[in-house]
Write a protein that binds this ligand. Structure first.
Ligand code: GDD
Ligand code: MN
Length: 416
């Protein structure tokens, strides 16, 4: 491993080596400290001193001796790393990593977490666009039991300073795109683009992360073991000095990242959903025989089919609610909430049915495709539709709490 030579006079302990290998955070070292805050930097030499002054002012009174700040710099041409090393002499909580082997915001954050000693891992931008005081409220939320506490521009008290309509639209568009591709992940927080949050180490320890570009929070939401989330509103300020590193390429990275995560999270549910769908076909067939076959009850075909299809939908709902989406269903609760899920599931599946009739007609009558091949295509597309829409609407995970969450004390069993 490369040895980074600190400038003369720097305490060696303040300079940390760059971990190699997979981007995986370990379960923690002994003895742990309470909080590790990562500050990713690229050409931020002019902001660093003021940032560290404000960060320590917030953290010292709360966590003196129990926190660290790790500046992870990608060998900035403006020498941010050297400035950081000099400042580490003044503030003992500060450690510095100078990366030359890799680049990029998301990996910088994870490399920082890998050398971190904290039970809680955090990240904040270096340009003071995230007001350091927000850390105090994030810390309160984590102490109260949240696995993840996110500084949000969309939560109460949040916002942006004077952004142009175009910039707002781009930001909103990126979020909507995320909701479309990955509803069950992106929909869990109101500001999935946030670059300032705290997460319990235990929620990501041992998980191999594979982010692309800027949106580390989405990666953590998609792969971590996160039960309780709390959001804290803040106003995204203008940069103190220097300039943003966002380029058009990062938008492409974002889309690729979303797709990668989508594919990675499919195996967890889709096979179950498909298996349940198959069981529904069995129910439908059997009941169609029972209701409509002249050898059985012999009712009308249409009437029999409607009843059989509805029974299949009920069958599928029960299995999906108690198996495929069991974890989400538990969080959403039973009773009226379950009825609401059922109503949505029913509606989406009915629309799926109409869609399949349409798709079949389109292929056979307009395109002249073989009807059995066309039916297979229709079934595949409608299964995808059903899965996607139900994941997004019927079993959408509850949005994060805006206030501090209730502590994770052993819960009393729900009153029946
Ligand atoms: N180590 C490292 N390597 N740091 C980087 C790199 C990189 O390649 N690129 C950017 N950074 C650092 C910057 O120095 C800054 O501290 C932080 O990451 C954010 O970069 P900006 O270029 O200032 O991004 P932004 O202001 O457009 O957006 C930020 O704020 C958004 C709102 O919370 C980002 O953090 C977004 O992820 C965030 O959503
Ligand atoms: Mn910025």
């Amino acid at each position: 491993m490369r040895v980074v030579r600190p400038p003369v006079g720097t305490r060696l302990a303040a300079v940390v080596e760059v971990p190699r290998g997979p981007l995986r955070v370990d379960p923690g070292r002994e003895p742990p400290i309470r909080l590790s805050l990562i500050v990713p930097t690229y050409n931020e030499s002019r902001n660093l001193e003021e940032l560290l002054r404000q960060l320590t002012a917030v953290l010292e009174p709360r966590l003196s001796g129990e926190y660290e700040i790790v500046v992870v710099d990608d060998d900035s041409p403006d020498g941010t790393w050297a400035v950081a090393m000099r400042l580490a002499e003044r503030w003992s909580a500060v450690r510095v990593m100078r990366r030359r082997s890799e680049k990029g915001l998301s990996t910088a954050v994870i490399r920082g977490w890998q050398v971190a000693r904290g039970e809680v891992l955090a990240v904040i931008d270096a340009d003071l666009q995230h007001p350091p005081e927000v850390l105090a409220r994030l810390w309160e939320a984590v102490k109260a039991g949240a696995d993840l506490a996110v500084a949000s521009r969309r939560a109460e008290g949040g916002g942006v300073s004077d952004w142009s309509a175009l910039r707002r639209a781009l930001s909103r568009g990126a979020q909507l795109l995320g909701l479309l591709v990955l509803p069950s992940v992106v929909g869990r927080v109101s500001d999935p683009m946030s670059g300032c949050f705290m997460i319990r180490r235990s929620a990501i320890a041992g998980v191999e992360l594979s982010p692309l570009g800027y949106k580390i929070l989405i990666e953590v939401l998609g792969r971590g073991r996160i039960r309780t989330i709390c959001e804290v509103g803040y106003v995204f300020r203008e940069r103190l000095a220097g300039e943003s590193k966002v380029t058009a390429r990062l938008y492409a990275d974002y889309l690729r990242h979303l797709i990668r995560l989508r594919l990675a999270t499919l195996p967890a549910r889709f096979p179950r959903f498909a298996a349940v769908g198959l069981s529904g076909v069995g129910v439908d067939m059997a009941l169609l025989f029972l209701f409509a076959d002249p050898r059985a009850l012999g009712w009308g075909l249409t009437q029999g089919k409607i009843l059989a299809a509805e029974a299949a939908i009920i069958n599928n709902f029960i299995w999906n609610d108690s198996w495929t989406f069991r974890d989400v269903a538990r969080q959403l609760g039973g009773g009226a909430a379950r009825l609401k899920r059922f109503a949505r599931f029913n509606l989406i599946c009915a629309m799926g049915l109409a869609l399949s009739v349409l798709l079949l007609a389109l292929q056979v009558d307009v395109l002249g495709v073989n009807r059995y091949f066309a039916n297979a295509v229709a079934i595949a597309l409608v299964t995808a539709w059903n899965f996607w829409m139900n994941e997004a609407f019927s079993w959408a995970p509850p949005v994060a709490r805006r206030a501090a969450p209730v502590p994770l004390a052993p819960r009393r069993a729900a009153v029946p």
